[in-house]
Ligand binder design. Structure first.
Ligand code: SF4
Length: 333
């Protein structure tokens, strides 16, 4: 499976963004159309069954539809993750011709106030309209909700909204201290009591809505997610807009460069990279817990990626020679 960030460009600058995306935030060296199409052909040839197209806002990539159609015409199942701001009837019509497993729209609030407090300048009605276009075009819809202090009280109403809009799944979890969210952490992160209430509500509503909509949530912190990944590495290659492949969204390590390496080699490097990390005697020190970071005085304005990269460098994991075989490197951005 591949999660492909087509661009870091976005028409929004959300406070809780985990990829530091935003207006004018396209990465230097994002793949051009020819490179992206070449990668799409490689993905098809390698037999990847499922690709998630995300960003930033994937629809802002000038070659979004070219890539989606190239993958879809090869029979690859697709998921598109969008903020819905520019998702039109025409977008839905074009995508509906492809093997779409789902379109995921971010709905972080039921009122303009809560929604815009996280997504300044965004239009909640545009995001809800996008959901309707998805369903009217006959595609499966997922809704995602990022929980923060600003919108937790509206979570249940957003579940009702997702159901009314025809979503088959509502995704949520715990806020991740990465990207922009790290900078707004104290303002955004729910406290323990708020989280407890939130997950109790989700448990109760899961039972109530069983068979009508799936509530997909894991009360798992970033530290817990990393620990789980060390035990059970995911078979998901996270491809950045510049073609570098991350071992995981929650770790800063890269294992390959698809601009210069074929996917087959990247896959072997991915497996070897996870093996290398799992075998590291220093794994625990590379993945410091929030409490240990606080104890050693880590800069609270930095996201986990920054902290992890510093930790990685300190134990000699860093290797920027991403062109070589089975390299585990760290990328800080
Ligand atoms: S959270 Fe999504 S919509 Fe918001 S800035 Fe990040 S990529 Fe863009």
């Amino acid at each position: 499976m591949i999660s492909w960030q087509l661009t870091r460009e976005c028409d929004l600058a959300c406070l809780h963004c985990c990829t530091d995306s935003g207006p004018g935030q396209a990465m230097p060296g994002e793949l051009c159309r020819e490179e992206a199409l070449s990668l799409a052909a490689d993905i098809a040839e390698f037999g990847v069954p499922y690709v998630m197209l995300c960003g930033g806002e994937p629809l802002l990539s000038p070659h979004f539809f070219d890539v989606a159609e190239k993958l879809g015409e090869s029979g690859i199942q697709l998921k598109v993750e969008t903020n819905g701001q520019r998702f039109t009837v025409e977008s839905a019509r074009r995508l509906a011709a492809l093997p779409i497993r789902s379109i995921q729209v971010s709905l972080d609030g039921e009122t303009d106030g809560a929604y815009r407090s996280l997504r300044p300048g965004a239009s909640l009605s545009a995001a809800q309209a996008a959901c309707r276009f998805v369903r009217e075009a006959g595609m499966p819809l997922e809704v995602t909700f990022a929980p923060t202090r600003e919108n937790l009280c509206e979570a249940s109403a957003v579940i009702d909204r997702a159901l009314a809009l025809g979503a088959f799944r509502f995704n949520t979890g715990m806020l991740m201290r990465v990207g922009s969210a790290a900078g707004y952490w104290d303002r955004l992160v729910p406290n323990a009591e708020q989280y407890e209430e939130f997950f109790s509500m989700l448990e109760a509503r899961s039972l109530e809505l069983a068979g009508r909509i799936e509530l997909c949530f894991k009360p798992r912190s970033l530290d817990e997610a990393m620990a789980l990944q060390l035990r059970q590495p995911p078979a998901v290659l996270l491809v950045r807009p510049d073609g570098l492949v991350h071992l995981s969204a929650s770790m800063p390590f890269v294992c390959a460069d698809l601009r210069t390496q074929p996917l087959s080699r990247a896959w072997h490097a991915y497996i070897a990279g996870w093996e290398r990390i799992r075998n590291m005697q220093h794994a625990r020190s590379v993945l410091p817990s929030e409490s240990s970071r606080a104890a050693c005085g880590a800069d609270p304005r930095k996201g986990d990626r920054d902290v992890l990269a510093e930790a990685s460098a300190s134990v000699g994991v860093l290797d920027r020679e991403t062109g070589s075989e089975a390299v585990v490197g760290a990328v800080v951005r």
